[in-house]
Design a protein around this ligand. Structure first.
Ligand code: DON
Length: 304
């Protein structure tokens, strides 16, 4: 039996003593002031035992990690029809690039880049009566945590500065791949990105992806195939133009956000969330990636 607490303690000590912690995302003004001297990890195993270290109970902005959760909700609502509007190929480009979207006539490469997430947001806006309320309720249910909230300040900050997302949404609209008003879809998208969670909440929220679509309370939100497909997308697309590097170094499906969070998982074994707001050059948490590399190397637990 692996002693995960000792594993996390060792990782925190070794990786936390690194000199280079990366830089916080400054393009969203509200995130620019976050103290980058933070580092937390929380792991939940398949038996629902919890292990944590460092700043694992401090909330941060989950940002693009939310794209996996909107995808799960949309796939649960519309099923395979979703893939007519968004593809499942890695882009090899940064999360906010637009050139492929134009070359490929408004069909985003995958649901985890911004353009793809906007199409998923559009599906939810079309399908739900009160999209923001119902999406938050979905997250509170799968995490079994009614305290999770949007951070209105972060949402507003991105609304005021998210020019590339306005461009992406307008481009999608011009190709007929956005049914709702650009502003309505973007308001939803900026809110989903603003959700605040700590590492413990994030690891528990993603439990359903290690448990064939069933949350910690054994309620079913996805069928086995849908859970498999979302995990495949996290592996191939979860880190944008660093997805290959993440698979190479860590060897797990996962998703990053520019708030410095990363969630990664091994089906039937564990789900782990790390937070360190300093990012590497590709916009993924520097210490988070290093910590996860050490976790899978030290325990010999990866999908490979
Ligand atoms: O749309 C954006 O630019 C942000 N709300 C989310 C970007 C993000 O987290 C990219 N992932 N690493």
């Amino acid at each position: 039996m692996i002693d995960f607490q000792t594993v996390l303690d060792t990782i925190h000590q070794e990786i936390g003593s690194r000199k280079e912690w990366g830089n916080v995302a400054a393009y969203i003004p509200e995130l620019a002031d976050i103290d980058n001297n933070k580092f937390g990890i929380h792991l939940i195993d398949f038996n629902r035992k919890n292990y944590s270290i460092g700043d694992s109970n401090e909330s941060f902005s989950i940002q693009s990690i939310s794209k996996v959760l909107t995808l799960a909700m949309a796939l649960g609502l519309v099923g395979e029809d979703l893939w007519r509007r968004v593809d499942v190929e890695p882009s090899g480009d940064p999360f906010n690039h637009l050139s492929l979207l134009e070359q490929e006539n408004g069909i985003p490469r995958n649901p985890l880049i911004n353009a793809g997430a906007l199409v998923v947001a559009d599906v939810l806006v079309s399908r739900l009566k009160n999209p923001k309320e119902e999406f938050l309720a979905f997250i509170r249910k799968i995490s079994n945590d009614p305290s999770i909230k949007y951070d209105e300040q972060v949402a507003l900050s991105e609304k005021n500065t998210g020019f590339r997302n306005y461009a992406a949404a307008n481009l999608l609209k011009s190709y007929g791949n956005l049914s709702n008003d650009v502003d309505v879809v973007l308001d939803f998208y900026f809110h989903q990105c603003s959700i605040a969670m700590n590492c413990a909440q994030l690891a528990k929220t993603f439990f359903l992806f290690i448990n064939r679509g069933n949350c910690m309370q054994e309620q079913t939100y996805l069928n086995v195939n849908q859970a498999k497909r979302i995990n495949a997308l996290m592996l191939t697309c979860g880190f944008y133009d660093e997805a290959g590097e993440f698979a190479f170094e860590v060897g797990l499906p996962g998703k990053s956000g520019v708030g410095g969070g990363i969630v990664a998982l091994l089906p039937n074994e564990f789900c782990v969330a790390t937070w360190s707001p300093g990012l590497n050059k590709k916009g993924n948490s520097k210490l988070g990636m290093e910590a996860l590399e050490k976790l899978t190397s030290d325990t010999d637990l990866s999908i490979f």
